[in-house]
Design a protein around this ligand. Structure first.
Ligand code: NAI
Length: 326
């Protein structure tokens, strides 16, 4: 069994090699992303293993079929980068629906605390022996209202963490559940009443740019927006305007709409051409991390184990496990 592994990073290889060898699966690791130009690298492979910014567009799918691929194995939960309409039933797409919801929820809280307690500023200041506290005033999370959009696995972990801080919890979900201590409201109420808004829903045509000018208009002036879900949930130009006009308190972004051009790569010696990203990063009340919320040892292990089990089951026994349902 041979699988072409695109967008391979040094932290991916050890776990995939280890679990792959145990199951007799050979991974061909490619640093390049899967695109129309690179799809031919899958020649002779039974399938491809892809990540969040690999392009599984119509021409790529056609090429993969020509090269003899029989499956697409996502090593992540989200699947907005796949053209399912074009794919039809020609190949199954497997994903890893849950690996460590704690990793993402804990990262969301880490970003929030960093932002509101100015840890990012303090770290730099004290390294330069500047012990001044000017401009470092934060606020308590206790008694504040958090609005959680999407109360699935990650959203619920984030809610549990927020409960520990003594926060009041509002939520919006297309499919509300009965969660103790959580009040479901419509998005307008959530935007109006929350001090902190954290996004944990998938990117779909319905949720695309759910945070736009009109949503921001409804928010409190000091509201903090956290996005660890998918970049395009937020209209980044609208967010930047709101930050510039001091209409909101700040943003914690682990994802960005145009992240595939930059994230996961070292651009420290380049002139970054995306003015919105560059301006957001320059803001004292914006924290950007490079889609790293998932990146814990526990999550990497679980991702490799589940992805390999999905591939092995299908190629050896035709088992359908963790197939994306749309
Ligand atoms: P999940 O499937 O357990 O939960 C998603 C929730 O969103 C569900 O409760 C669902 O009912 C709700 N939802 C669906 N459509 C909605 C809509 N239109 N409006 C409001 N809510 C809606 O997914 P999970 O595991 O909690 O992941 C959430 C998202 O986090 C994923 O879609 C993915 O994009 C992102 N993610 C980000 C990672 C990172 O490293 N930054 C890592 C893993 C996931």
């Amino acid at each position: 069994m041979k699988i072409a592994f695109f967008d391979a990073k040094t932290y991916d290889v050890p776990s995939f090699k280890k679990y792959g060898e145990e199951k007799g699966i050979e991974f061909k690791f490619y640093e390049t992303k899967l695109t129309e130009d690179t799809a031919a690298l899958a020649r002779g492979c039974d399938g491809v293993c892809v990540f969040v910014n690999d392009e599984v567009s119509a021409p790529v799918i056609d090429r993969l079929r020509e090269e003899g691929c029989r499956l697409i194995a996502l090593r992540c939960a989200g699947y907005n980068n796949i053209d399912f309409k074009h794919l039809g039933d020609s190949m199954p797409v497997f994903h890893v629906p849950a690996y460590s919801p704690y990793s993402v929820a804990e990262h969301a809280m880490a970003m929030l605390l960093t932002s509101i307690r100015r840890i990012h500023k303090a770290y730099i200041r004290t390294r330069d022996f500047n012990f001044s506290l000017n401009g470092m005033t934060g606020f308590d999370l206790h008694s504040k209202t958090v609005g959680v959009v999407g109360t699935g696995k990650i959203g619920r972990c984030f809610i549990d963490i927020c409960r520990g801080f003594g926060m009041k919890i509002l939520a919006y979900d297309k499919y509300p559940q009965d969660i103790e201590g959580v009040t479901y409201v419509d998005t307008d109420t959530l935007f109006r009443e929350s001090d902190i808004i954290s996004l944990h829903c998938p990117l779909t045509p319905e949720t695309y740019h759910m945070i736009d000018d009109s949503a921001i208009e409804k928010m409190k002036q000091r509201a903090i927006i956290i996005n660890t879900s998918r970049g395009a949930l937020i209209d980044a130009a609208a967010l930047l305007s709101a930050i510039k006009e001091r209409r909101i308190g700040g943003a914690c972004l682990d994802v960005y709409e145009e992240e595939s051009d930059f994230f996961f790569e070292d651009y420290s010696n380049h002139i970054v051409s995306d003015d919105i990203l560059a301006r957001l990063i320059s803001m004292p009340n914006v924290i950007v991390t490079s889609h790293q919320a998932f990146l814990t040892e526990e999550a990497l292990d679980a991702i490799a184990e589940t992805t390999i089990s999905n591939i092995y089951g299908y190629l050896t026994e035709g088992t359908i496990q963790n197939k994306v349902k749309i």
